[in-house]
Design a protein around this ligand. Structure first.
Ligand code: ADP
Ligand code: MG
Length: 305
């Protein structure tokens, strides 16, 4: 089957998102809203590296969109559209049907249109999604901006996806396969959070990026980490490794002043938040357990390590 029939059959469809020119020409055209800035990111998923080889096509489709929307959410941006670069070893219609359904399920849930892409043959299944979103001028929440005395917060639970990866077939595999990008929360944090990141490589490493960019340190309370009941049954140290070093959670970790946290608490949120620590002047990341310093070492995921 030719590349064009794949595109027509699986990826071209009408959407109600505002797009000036979608799939079918040499480029797509989008008219940016006046006064907004374009926020753009891209993420690649390689079979066997970013997801187990037997992951369902539907989950791969969902996740390839979700991880990008999570990056937009981490800036406070409103997602608008995506481009999809797909490298396929073979043309497998069952796979393509499942993949496109998963991809559009995620697009539809977050009001996003697929506006273009590229389709090629390659020995390894590789999916690259580029996502576009909007934010009011100067309102983006970056990794730099954490202030001494800010609370450190995280949405949802951490460690679920890493636990799911080690226990395929158990309920937390759902959190690995179908991460929920925190798009609404990200936008609600505009004007309130002082810095933000999405947790893709483990909370400790990702929070470390905020600390470095903001030139501050942090104290994290291990007893406050929001973890699933399945992790609570484990040895504490093992649970902490999942929560702090496990990747793929796609929760938002942000810093916020106590006053702004009060304001945020009065809003309706679609995901629970937990205060897990505090920003300190002294650089470095310290762990506390029941008020005592704990000598814990954690490492997040690194490519080429
Ligand atoms: P060109 O050769 O000019 O780069 P292509 O033949 O690669 O164009 O693509 C034709 C049209 O289909 C373009 O609008 C492109 O954005 C779109 N397209 C190609 N592959 C995909 C895909 N996997 N998903 C969505 N749109 C795609
Ligand atoms: Mg062309």
């Amino acid at each position: 089957m030719a590349e064009f029939s794949i595109i027509d059959r699986y990826f071209k469809r009408t959407s109600n998102t505002d797009v000036s020119l979608g799939i079918g020409d040499d480029s797509a055209i989008v008219t940016p809203p006046l006064t907004q800035q374009l926020v753009i990111c891209t993420d690649t998923l390689v079979a066997g590296r970013h997801f187990p080889l037997d992951t369902s096509a539907h989950a791969i489709g969902w996740k390839s969109v979700a991880v990008n929307l999570s990056d937009l959410a981490a800036m406070g941006a409103k997602p608008h559209s995506i481009l999809l670069a797909l490298s396929l070893p073979t043309v497998d219609h069952d796979w393509l049907a499942g993949f496109s359904q998963g991809l559009f399920a995620c697009c539809d849930q977050f009001g996003v249109a697929l506006i273009g892409g590229d389709t090629t043959q390659s020995t390894q299944l590789t999916i690259t999604v580029t996502a576009l979103g909007w934010i009011e001028q100067g309102q983006a929440i970056t990794r730099a901006g954490a202030q001494v005395g800010d609370h450190i917060c995280v949405s949802g639970q951490v460690g679920d996806a890493a636990f799911g990866l080690q226990h395929l077939g158990y309920p937390l595999q759902q959190r690995l396969d179908y991460p929920t990008p925190r798009c609404q929360l990200g936008q609600q944090l505009k004007g309130l959070a002082s810095s933000m990141i999405d947790v893709s490589d483990g909370l400790a490493q990702d929070l470390g990026h905020i600390l470095k960019a903001s030139n501050v340190g942090a104290k994290l309370s291990l007893d406050q980490l929001p973890i699933d009941a399945s992790l609570k049954k484990l040895d504490l140290r093992q649970a902490w490794q999942y929560a702090l070093a496990g990747g793929d959670d796609y929760e938002l970790c942000f810093t916020i002043s106590p006053q702004n946290f009060e304001k945020l608490s009065r809003q309706q949120l679609d995901v629970p938040l937990t205060i897990i620590g505090k920003i300190t002047q002294q650089t470095g990341l310290l762990f506390e357990y029941m008020g005592e310093i704990s000598p814990l070492h954690v490492h997040g995921y690194q490519h080429f390590a």
